[in-house]
Design a protein. Structure first.
Length: 183
């Protein structure tokens, strides 16, 4: 009887392990090097920020992007798709890509010199029904704003045009999501 219970317990441990969540050892192999980044392209400044290097599982992840005009004019009008700010992401330990799709209407936004526009990241990703169930569950969690334990890279960018010039200003930040109280 003890052998049966041992096998059941071992089976449960293996089942829990198969969720794809990285081990603490695997997570510790990755170092957060940038929680904020700023890139200038001409008269435009793009910022990408995560408010913390490490978040506890189940806590809100705070990531945002800003686009600021810093030129000679008081106001400028940029043209873009549904948004000029995008947040494609990757969970590195699992190798999961989390795309960031929007529709592509041609919209315009007026930027006032020195006053950035800001957009919060709220999770992203998509899947097909042929994807593994583990990946589908992961994407559901992320799009619900509940980032599972892991090491994340947000590879954000601003994509717009101004006076006939196309801009794609890119940078990256990273963060970890850990079990409560591990770090």
């Amino acid at each position: 009887m003890k052998k049966v219970w041992l096998l059941v317990l071992l089976g449960l441990l293996v089942a829990c392990k198969s969720t794809g969540a990285p081990s603490d050892k695997e997570l510790n192999k990755h170092e957060v090097t940038d929680t904020s980044s700023e890139v200038r392209d001409g008269d435009f400044i793009y910022r990408l920020v995560t408010e913390q290097a490490e978040y506890e599982d189940g806590k809100d992840v705070k990531v945002y992007a800003e686009l600021e005009y810093d030129g000679d004019q008081e106001f400028v009008e940029i043209v873009h798709g549904a948004t000029p700010l995008y947040f494609p992401a990757k969970e590195v330990t699992r190798g999961y890509e989390m795309g960031y799709a929007t529709n592509d209407p041609q919209l315009s936004t007026t930027l006032k010199r020195g006053e950035p526009i800001r957009k919060e990241y709220t999770g992203s990703g998509g899947f097909s029904m042929s994807d593994p169930e583990e990946y589908i569950n992961f994407i559901h969690q992320v799009t619900d704003g509940d980032f599972p334990k892991g090491f994340y890279k947000i590879q954000g960018y601003a994509d717009f045009s101004y006076n006939g010039v196309e801009y794609k200003i890119e940078t990256e930040v990273q963060f970890k999501v850990t079990d409560e109280g591990l770090f």
